[in-house]
Write a protein that binds this ligand. Structure first.
Ligand SMILES: *Cc1c(COP(=O)(O)O)cnc(C)c1O
Length: 847
């Protein structure tokens, strides 16, 4: 039968429980420890059968059950207490309001292709999305005025089935948005809010859904409306589905539609946070708006730069989206025209000469004041990767900074810890103010309490995993004995290792299987056995990663590994919580330096798991020798096979000689060495790697400075923006003439520490004036690497030697050691936020 339309009919809410629907629609419940109790009480069976999704749940509650609850004083107490805390949460002044009262009426837009907030809103594929979700939760906790924009995918990301041969089957459920924590927005007259985006030959209408995450609003765009053609309705069909053109279209809907949606809603953010290149087309739309207001394109670009921050998450070039001009231009024909750019100039906004295409990350990079990578090591990798875009700049100075990711503590911490933590430190373990003193005290929890709780969490996880394995088996008509067999799987006193994340080749799920016999000996050790749980989806177009899944699955079916290595299908946030909370050992094996950050280990350590990983991503900066274990010493080999081989040796050796004994050696039933590592983990990981710290840093380092920057640039009819534009144009057009023609170095008689070196440079500036540039002496070590923390010595103009020639000079203090030095000229303007805003440098040639 064809439905003309579907209707959602809510039960009549008793007056006593009139806030229940509103509570269900605000994802605050997803991290509030008491929420489960609030809903479960009403109908436990229904609650579980609907996957603990409050939105679907309140729709399905029976009228009788509601009436009963409304008459029950115990339930009403629970309910009223919850409502009170919900109201308090929403109304109490947050950190931001106290810290930045003068900026409280400004807002920040956060754009991302995926958001992982709760499993009932499956619009995430992995770490990137979950990070975005955790970012919104912490912004809400801190009162940071963030509004977020994304897409609402009809089938979300795919669901995963593992077939009996180990093959991954992707299926795309049609989600019922009415049962999800999202509401369609309508205008006061009842008509739906709609955003229009031009595509070649047609206009797409997008519906806007609102998702509430505490105090933060996330607006999700949806093309599945009757205004669009059947094929266009599929444009928001699934996350990262389809071909290159689908990808391009989705990014247009996100970037361009995202800006338009905020405008339609009357929201005018000052700062724009582009989370990964997917959302970078927002820059084009914002440029178009400014040009439409009468600004010239170059000044508009200055304004955009002054208000944009870009976070990049991908350490390999192939991970950055590029579109060929042939594919791209038909989509933007109209826009180039509106921007007053010809086709070449349009493509040049982000033309990547290496990949010969329009590069989304480059678009964002060139139009942001701040670009950040997501761990220190990733910062280094990214500066190296983007060096092609800064040919004259030493890699150390490339203006890509680092802000390391964290996790939202309440989301990932098992409820079982809450009474202990609260008793020890009150509320200060929570995301907004999670601090080192609190965690130092938590680390002093009695060993017996730690171990008891760990055992409970592990048992819960193992039960959940067995349940999932059973479901999987039942799908394929397993016999009763095959079903029963599962009960003997994964005994709870065996050291349990979890590997759970997106399957991508660089994460090397295969590393563990390098030496099968050695693995088998460890697993089947009669005294000190070890067992493994694997979980994760591979992108449907990534056949290599799917091959890894079937390989792992097939191992899990072999006699020697049966019930001791298992693969759990369809990893989502719910299963992820069980796993990070219940694992003894959390395993990660990325090939350094390809893990941008990784966050799953942070969730696991928070819950008292021990982390074992190569020194990559966040672990390279967090590992201190006592708070977990490393695989190898962070060496990078020329050749992947060699690296795999050495890393696998390190993995086996550490497991056999260090980890397994630490787990099984007991004193009065307690593994003291193990628990000591849990304590070190608590002391060092959650106080730093949490999204409270992370969002505060984003605010202090980027959001608020950009608010200031933007406001000063646009004041007086864009006065400073125009001045910067004029200055840059002047420099760009005259830079060719700039040259260092001579260096004069006067060494002291003896080059000893404390003496000075007199360096002078003759510089030709063409039509530029000495005040347009900065000339400095730059010091490097004997390998030509810039010295860290060595001040560059600015030279002063001492004489004009001709109409265009000047002599600059400086005294350079000498410190002990071997070093190199040279002189360079660079643009300099008091209006710049950092000197590389115009990345032009002229170095002294070899004389
Ligand atoms: C945290 C999380 C990730 C991130 O995993 P990493 O390997 O640490 O990057 C991926 N998937 C899910 C479901 C998660 O919860």
């Amino acid at each position: 039968m064809y439905f003309y339309r579907s209707l959602v009919v809510l039960p009549q809410m008793p007056a006593e429980l009139d806030q229940l629907v509103e509570i269900a629609k605000n994802l605050w419940w997803s991290w509030e420890p008491e929420a489960d109790q609030l809903f479960r009480w009403l109908d436990e069976e229904l609650w579980e059968s609907l996957g603990r999704n409050p939105c679907a749940f309140v729709l399905s509650l029976s009228q009788e059950r509601l009436a009963e609850a409304a008459a029950n004083p115990d339930y009403l107490d629970l309910y009223q207490d919850f409502v009170k805390r919900f109201k308090q949460y929403n109304s109490r002044p947050g950190w931001y309001e106290k810290q930045y009262p003068e900026w409280k009426d400004f807002s920040i837009a956060y754009l991302s292709a995926e958001f992982g907030i709760h499993e009932s809103l499956p619009i995430y594929s992995g770490g990137l999305g979950i990070l975005a979700g955790d970012h919104l939760k912490a912004a809400s906790d801190l009162g940071v005025p963030l509004v977020a924009v994304g897409l609402l995918y009809k089938s979300g990301y795919f669901s995963q089935i593992i077939k009996p041969d180990g093959g991954q089957e992707a299926y795309y459920p049609r989600l019922n948005f009415r049962q999800m924590p999202v509401c369609p927005l309508s205008r006061p007259d009842g008509s739906e809010v709609r955003v229009e985006v031009e595509l070649p030959g047609r206009t797409i209408g997008l519906r806007v859904w609102e998702c509430r995450i505490g105090r933060v609003r996330l607006y999700l765009l949806d093309a599945d409306t009757s205004h669009n053609s059947a094929s266009d309705r599929l444009l928001t069909g699934s996350l990262y589905g389809g071909d290159q053109e689908m990808r391009l279209t989705q990014e247009i809907l996100l970037g361009i539609g995202g800006v338009k949606a905020l405008r339609v809603l009357g929201i005018n953010p000052t700062v724009w946070h582009v989370n990964e290149g997917h959302a970078a087309f927002s820059i084009i739309e914002r440029l178009r708006e400014l040009v439409n207001q009468g600004l010239d394109i170059d000044t508009a670009r200055e304004v955009i730069r002054a208000s944009t921050i870009f976070t990049t998450h991908t350490p390999v070039p192939a991970g950055h989206d590029v579109f060929s001009p042939e594919l791209l231009l038909p989509y933007f024909g109209d826009t180039n025209h509106k921007l007053g750019l010809d086709r070449d100039a349009f493509i040049n906004l982000a033309y990547d000469t290496q990949r010969k295409a329009f590069n989304m990350s480059l678009l964002a990079l060139k139009h942001s004041t701040f670009t950040n990578a997501v761990s220190k090591l990733h910062g280094e990798t990214t500066r190296g990767m983007f060096q092609v875009f800064y040919p004259e700049v030493p890699v150390e100075e490339i203006p890509i900074t680092t802000l390391t990711n964290g996790v939202h503590i309440e989301t990932w911490l098992a409820r079982e810890w809450v009474p202990y933590f609260t008793r020890l430190v009150g509320e200060s373990w929570r995301t907004p103010d999670s601090n080192p003193e609190a965690w130092a005290r938590i680390a002093q929890m009695p060993a017996a309490d730690i171990w008891e709780t760990r055992k409970k969490l592990k048992a819960k996880m193992l039960a959940k995993v067995r349940e999932s394995l059973l479901n999987q088996r039942q799908r394929y008509y397993a016999s009763p004995s095959q079903q029963e067999e599962i009960e003997s799987y994964l005994p709870s006193d065996t050291l349990t290792v979890v590997f759970s994340r997106r399957f991508a080749t660089y994460k090397r799920a295969y590393l563990l299987f390098t030496d099968r016999e050695r693995l088998s000996r460890m697993i089947n050790d009669p005294e000190w056995p070890i067992q493994f749980i694997f979980a994760g989806k591979a992108h449907p177009a990534d056949y290599e990663a799917q091959g890894l899944i079937s390989q792992v699955y097939q191992y899990s079916q072999q006699q020697e590994f049966r019930g001791k290595i298992v693969f759990v299908e369809d990893l989502n946030m719910e299963m992820a919580k069980y796993l990070v909370q219940g694992a003894d050992l959390w395993l990660n094996t990325p090939r350094r330096p390809l893990e941008a950050c990784g966050t799953s280990g942070q969730k696991a350590v928070l819950n008292g798991a021990i982390h074992l990983s190569t020194l990559d991503g966040w672990w390279a900066e967090a590992y201190n020798g006592e708070n977990g274990y490393s695989i190898g010493k962070g060496d990078v080999f020329e050749n992947e096979e060699q690296q795999d081989y050495y890393d696998s040796l390190a993995l086996y050796n550490t497991l056999e000689d260090v980890i397994i004994p630490a787990y099984y050696r007991r004193n009065h039933g307690l593994p003291h060495d193990w628990i000591s590592r849990i304590r070190h983990g608590w002391r060092s990981v959650p106080p730093m790697f949490n999204t409270g710290r992370m969002v505060r840093e984003y605010t202090d380092r980027f959001y608020v400075p950009l608010m200031r920057r933007h406001e000063s640039l646009v004041a007086d009819n864009f006065n400073i923006a125009r001045r910067i534009k004029d200055y840059k144009n002047l420099i760009i057009h005259n830079w060719n003439a700039v040259q260092i023609t001579r260096l004069i170095v006067e060494e002291p008689k003896e080059t000893r520490a404390g003496e000075h070196l007199q360096i002078s440079a003759a510089v030709t500036l063409g039509t530029l004036l000495p005040q347009d540039v900065m000339v400095d002496v730059v010091l490097s070590d004997s390998f030509g690497r810039l010295l860290e923390n060595v001040p560059k010595v600015a030279m002063t103009m001492v004489a004009a030697e001709g109409p265009h020639d000047y002599l600059f000079s400086a005294l350079v203090p000498l410190t002990q050691g071997t070093f190199g030095f040279t002189v360079r000229v660079r643009p300099s303007s008091p209006d710049f936020m950092h000197w590389l805003e115009l990345p032009l440098v002229k170095w002294a040639p070899e004389f």
